[in-house]
Design a protein around this ligand. Structure first.
Ligand SMILES: Cc1cc2nc3c(=O)[nH]c(=O)nc-3n(C[C@H](O)[C@H](O)[C@H](O)COP(=O)(O)OP(=O)(O)OC[C@H]3O[C@@H](n4cnc5c(N)ncnc54)[C@H](O)[C@@H]3O)c2cc1C
Length: 378
């Protein structure tokens, strides 16, 4: 049912719609409304709080279908920002009061963002400098964040800050805390970052100066936020793996349709092995990756360790998805470079997944160290 509903929505918001939104740098209001009406923004929100009471597996199915049936990366992006960063994190780590306050609203389409990355820390999350200092009944937060997507529209941010400086913490992994911050707030200034793709959603630098956060907005235990962050980053990886697979499938389908029709010598170009085999190989790799990603999501939903599967699926999805879009673009020849054929947009989109949410290198480093048992590579 989820797949069918996602496919129906995607048909209403096909490639032409996203071509226009990307070009005009315009938020897709009507698409978002459709996701809310279909209950997709509440998939992972427990039924008690007005959601679907389902898990990451169903979320991955919805994302994959929305992306592959025509929405491109947008089919994953907005659900990840609000439902994974907001819905999933609060469902898993929130207090009863936080759940009652935010979850019913998230199910109804309240937008969220994740404020984790910092300019000087980058991939090295434990090095973040944003500090939340105990001040009376709450916390006073100061710092700077980088690449915060959706911060212009978000009414809530999942903010990661240090409550104990790294040099004073008993362990490096201690001293981080998670907060749910209500936005907008005059203490939070955002500046848009012009980017390569996904222009229907904006990404920002964020400057936080003397932001007051009430104590009840601390998510989970103070100083132990690192473990909850990991619990959010794994589903984020699954979401982007679903997106890479979906983008690959979408590009392959369009390329196959084109390659069946296009004749420049005697036969359709799809009959030439140089065009056909790379698409066939990419399809095989995507289908295998989907299963690995489903496994990661199912382990997560059962509360089991899913780090190995989430990172391996991310690595495999980036390779398979990027290769699929690359060869699809090649099948289109010069038309692959024309905006009208959409594949250039999917190329811009799929390449993000090599850089974010975790870089390809860091996902490989995780597998090397934690799956293969090799020495830490950095
Ligand atoms: C469009 C976009 C949207 C984003 N949205 C969000 C968001 O909503 N919220 C948020 O918090 N963040 C967001 N990010 C940030 C994203 O997660 C980071 O860009 C990403 O984690 C990489 O960090 P960095 O850019 O600082 O790269 P760096 O950490 O500076 O890394 C640079 C390069 O060095 C490599 N490298 C670094 N250390 C090692 C090592 N030890 N071994 C091997 N290679 C290494 C990396 O793999 C990478 O290739 C977004 C980024 C983009 C581009």
């Amino acid at each position: 049912m989820i797949v069918q509903t996602a496919a129906d929505i995607a048909r209403d918001f096909g490639p032409e719609y996203w071509r226009e939104k990307d070009k005009k740098h315009e938020f897709p209001e009507d698409f978002w409304k459709s996701l809310v009406e279909a209950g997709f923004t509440g998939i992972v929100v427990p039924e008690k709080y007005g959601g679907g009471g389902l898990g990451m597996f169903e979320m991955v199915l919805a994302m994959e279908t929305l992306v592959s049936e025509g929405c491109g990366l947008a089919g994953e992006w907005f659900l990840c920002l609000s439902s994974v960063f907001g819905g999933l994190s609060i469902s898993k780590h929130g207090s009863e009061a936080q759940k009652e306050k935010y979850l019913p609203q998230i199910a109804k389409g309240l937008e969220f963002c994740l404020a984790l990355t910092e300019p000087d820390a980058g991939t090295n999350t434990l090095n973040i400098k944003t500090m939340a200092v105990k001040d009376g009944e709450g916390y006073l937060v100061n710092g700077q964040k980088m690449f915060i997507s959706g911060a212009d529209r978000a009414k809530g941010a999942l903010l990661v800050a240090r409550t104990t400086p790294a040099d004073k913490a008993a362990k490096r992994t201690l001293g981080l805390s998670l907060f749910v911050v209500d936005l907008p707030d005059p203490a939070v200034e955002i500046i848009s970052i012009e980017k390569h793709g996904i222009n229907y959603s904006k990404t920002f630098e964020m400057y936080i100066e003397n932001l007051r956060v009430p104590a009840e907005n601390l998510l989970g235990e103070a100083d132990k936020g690192w473990y909850s962050v990991l619990d959010t980053l794994n589903p984020e990886r699954m979401s982007f793996s679903a997106a890479a697979c979906g983008l690959g499938l979408l590009a392959i389908r369009k390329a196959v349709d084109y390659a069946k029709e296009r004749k420049v010598f005697d036969a359709p170009i799809g009959s030439y092995q140089a065009v056909q085999f790379p698409l066939a190989e990419a399809k095989a790799k995507i289908e295998a990756t989907r299963l690995l990603n489903y496994k990661a999501a199912m382990l997560y939903d059962k509360g089991q360790d899913c780090g190995a599967e989430a990172n391996m699926a991310k690595v495999a999805a980036v390779e398979a998805g990027t290769s699929a879009v690359y060869h699809a673009m090649q099948a289109f020849g010069g038309y692959g470079y024309a905006v009208e054929y959409d594949v250039e947009r999917w190329w811009r989109e799929v390449n993000l997944i090599r850089l974010a949410p975790v870089t390809h290198q860091m996902a490989l480093a995780y597998i090397g160290q934690h799956v293969l048992g090799l020495p830490k590579s950095y």
